[in-house]
Design a protein around this ligand. Structure first.
Ligand SMILES: Cc1cc2nc3c(=O)[nH]c(=O)nc-3n(C[C@H](O)[C@H](O)[C@H](O)COP(=O)(O)OP(=O)(O)OC[C@H]3O[C@@H](n4cnc5c(N)ncnc54)[C@H](O)[C@@H]3O)c2cc1C
Length: 397
């Protein structure tokens, strides 16, 4: 039964929204989650790759939402050479339908309430202050009051804009992505593959994330400003035709991934943004599940503290920003600079990086070694990368 007022209303039941709701509720706030779709996690718009270390702090690992365990990352240079990375920790390809629902169920176990088919339409304002959310539930327009709105409404977020936050991102900092789930293919269930080069995916990469030995999410991200001559679908179709001629497409995803730094403003009086809505995505890999959950856990705790102290202004809520920057936001900035460098990396340099990586002993070849190699020749950036690794141990996905 919908109450008239909650301490916190979370818009969106993706990973960021559910984790924010869980931490706010766990720390004493009354919380309502509004989710536009009929259940969390659908439609899936994701390659579903995460690291074990990234998700393990937030939810007990459950084989119900793991399609495959990843132990190897295979990097393909433009010239066809390959380097295998065995030393990057365990990863998973998820079943996000089940994963997102499980995260949301966890939030409800801590006391958060959920309404599905509840499409947030606008913020409610009184005397220039945000005091609630207006939403459409099935066919009825409703309003719910609250002290804090957490906008967790994904990459196309409108909540931030309604609050007057500039959520725009430069075209070059948005990857246009297309992905097919393919069946009738031969892949290795424990290996993720990445293809680089201007012929394959300019300013981005093609990924193969296996869900079994015969199915995989195969997708491409192309930097927005490079996608006008030839679109990502054309690149992906060519790739699939060449590498998996007998494949059948069982599911198609189109979507945008921001490859920017976190938004300048993620907090205002009575409002916080988390996850894709705040652009908390790794600018190099495009991974946002873990980053969003980390940010959301901070936001949820700060929101609950705000409730206890009855302080809902931006001055207090900025505590979330401060902790986020220290934990991962500053690292994201460094990663953004590295991405800028990668964008200008030509195929010859990619070939060279993979060649050098092939010579690194297997037990020493890690993401850190790869990045260090990639930024060689830029001492300032090298130093920043080293610092970022020390500070955060680089949560990549
Ligand atoms: C092709 C592709 C591949 C990707 N691959 C990976 C990957 O392998 N690994 C990884 O970590 N990340 C990946 N990402 C990014 C990842 O999907 C996102 O970073 C992640 O889902 C962000 O979580 P979120 O909770 O912020 O937003 P979302 O998961 O987008 O959740 C937002 C929720 O808000 C709801 N919502 C939106 N508007 C409203 C509204 N008005 N009212 C109510 N509810 C609303 C939506 O229905 C949705 O449930 C990929 C993205 C794409 C497009």
């Amino acid at each position: 039964m919908l109450k008239e007022k909650y301490d916190v209303v979370v818009v969106g039941a993706g990973p960021a929204g559910s984790v924010a709701a869980r931490f706010a509720a766990e720390n004493g706030a009354s919380v309502l989650i509004l989710e536009r779709d009929r259940e969390p996690g659908i439609p899936v718009r994701c390659a579903e790759g995460v690291s074990h270390n990234g998700i393990e702090p937030f939810i007990k690992i459950d084989k119900r939402w793991i399609a495959s365990q990843i132990d190897v990352a295979k990097l393909h240079a433009p010239n066809g050479e390959v380097a295998n990375m065995y030393n990057n920790g365990t990863g998973y390809v998820l079943e996000r339908r089940i994963f997102d629902t499980s995260l949301c169920e966890l939030a409800t176990e801590y006391g958060a309430e959920l309404i599905t088919k509840a499409d947030a339409l606008d913020l409610v304002w009184e005397n220039n202050r945000i005091t609630g959310v207006k939403f459409k539930h099935i066919n009825e327009i409703k309003e719910v009051k609250c002290n804090i709105v957490i906008g967790a409404d994904g990459v196309e977020s409108r909540v931030g804009r309604w609050a007057g936050i500039d959520t725009s991102v430069a075209l070059k900092d948005i990857d246009t992505c297309v992905q097919y789930t393919l069946s009738n293919i031969d892949v290795s269930k424990d290996t993720c593959e990445f293809y680089f080069g201007k012929e394959v995916s300019p300013g981005g990469y093609v990924w193969i994330f296996p869900k079994s030995d015969h199915t995989a999410n195969v997708g491409i991200g192309v930097a927005g400003h490079l996608a006008h001559k030839k679109g990502p679908k054309e690149y992906l179709d060519e790739f699939v035709e060449e590498n998996f001629p007998d494949a059948q497409v069982t599911y198609t995803v189109y979507g945008g991934v921001t490859t920017a730094a976190t938004l300048k403003e993620i907090v205002k009086d009575n409002i916080m943004l988390v996850g894709d809505a705040a652009r908390q995505v790794n600018p190099i890999t495009g991974g946002g599940i873990v980053q969003g959950m980390i940010a959301a856990s901070i936001a949820g705790k700060v929101a609950a503290e705000a409730v206890k102290k009855n302080k809902f202004n931006s001055k207090f809520l900025k505590k979330y920003r401060k902790i986020w920057d220290k934990k991962l936001g500053n690292t994201q900035k460094t990663m953004y600079k590295m991405k800028e460098k990668f964008m200008t990396t030509d195929d010859t340099r990619f070939n060279k990086i993979v060649e050098i990586c092939q010579k690194i002993p297997e037990d020493e070849f890690s993401v850190k070694a790869l990045f260090t190699e990639a930024v060689k020749g830029d001492p300032k950036l090298m130093l920043e990368v080293a610092k970022a690794f020390v500070a955060s141990k680089m949560k990549l996905k």
